[in-house]
Design a protein around this ligand. Structure first.
Ligand code: 6GU
Length: 243
């Protein structure tokens, strides 16, 4: 099933490299996804293709106008498309939301703002408002790339299925440490168990490291998690060693 993205932006050129590199490039070539870039200015009916103006009531900064944005939405929206407004005021993106955006049948329209904000009336034409975290960006373009990247890699066939089953967050835990050649780097050696060829021992070591890393860095992720008896025991050991 193909996932189609439409991006509404004032800066179409920002997407050139994004679409020409690595997994996104491959997904486009394989037609697993399509990305259509729409320049909001093309929908302005004002002189100089104006799309923003001062805010009523006074105050710093320009506000994106409703008419060109809403025209761009209506001209490009297709049946079953989820219209997403990118704003720091939106719901924060999580892996679970990326999963459902990837697995449902809906195509996505991502609206990137700039300046001080969107005219409030634009909100009546969107299905969802998304943020990518608690910090402020100059515009929604980087956020839209984050969302497309995160959703695309979950779409079937883009990457090897197994490689995202172990992802940090998809099982709500952080990844275990990984190593590649050389075996010894500045005196630091790869843990012996990884060279043992003993699959069960390696799997156990990885699970232990996952629990340890999550406990030390993101203990919040361990709340409300159901662990096996073995995992419980490991976690107790990790907590005792930390005292
Ligand atoms: Cl979606 N937009 C902007 N402008 N800033 C953000 C954001 C979005 N998410 C986090 N910060």
């Amino acid at each position: 099933m193909q996932k189609n993205f439409i991006i509404l932006t004032l800066f179409p050129n920002m997407f050139n490299d994004f679409m020409g590199i690595s997994i996104i490039k491959r997904a486009l070539e394989k037609k697993i996804i399509t990305i259509k870039i729409v320049d909001i200015r093309n929908y302005s009916e004002l002189k100089h293709r104006q799309v923003d103006d001062y805010q009523y009531g006074g105050g710093e900064g320009m506000v994106l106008m409703a008419p060109p944005v809403v025209k761009a939405i209506q001209a490009n929206k297709t049946a079953g498309m989820t219209v997403i407004l990118l704003t720091p005021q939106g719901q924060a993106l999580k892996q679970s939301l990326s999963q459902s955006l990837a697995s449902n049948n809906n195509d996505l329209m991502l609206i990137c703002g700039h300046y001080e904000g969107f005219d409030e009336r634009i909100r009546d034409y969107v299905d969802l408002e998304l943020s990518i975290g608690d910090y402020v960006l100059t515009g929604g373009e980087l956020a839209s790339m984050v969302i497309i990247d995160s959703v695309t890699r979950l779409c079937a066939d883009v990457i090897n299925e197994n490689s995202h089953q172990n992802d940090s967050f998809s099982n709500q835990l952080l990844d275990y440490p990984v190593y590649t050649k050389p075996f010894s780097f500045e005196g630091k050696k790869v843990p012996d168990v990884l060279l043992s060829g003993h699959h069960q021992k390696i799997a156990d070591w990885r699970k232990y490291q996952t629990l340890k890393r999550t406990y030390l860095r993101r203990p919040d992720l361990l709340e409300n998690l159901t662990l096996t008896k073995q995992e419980e025991n490991w976690l107790t050991e990790i907590k005792n060693n930390d005292k």
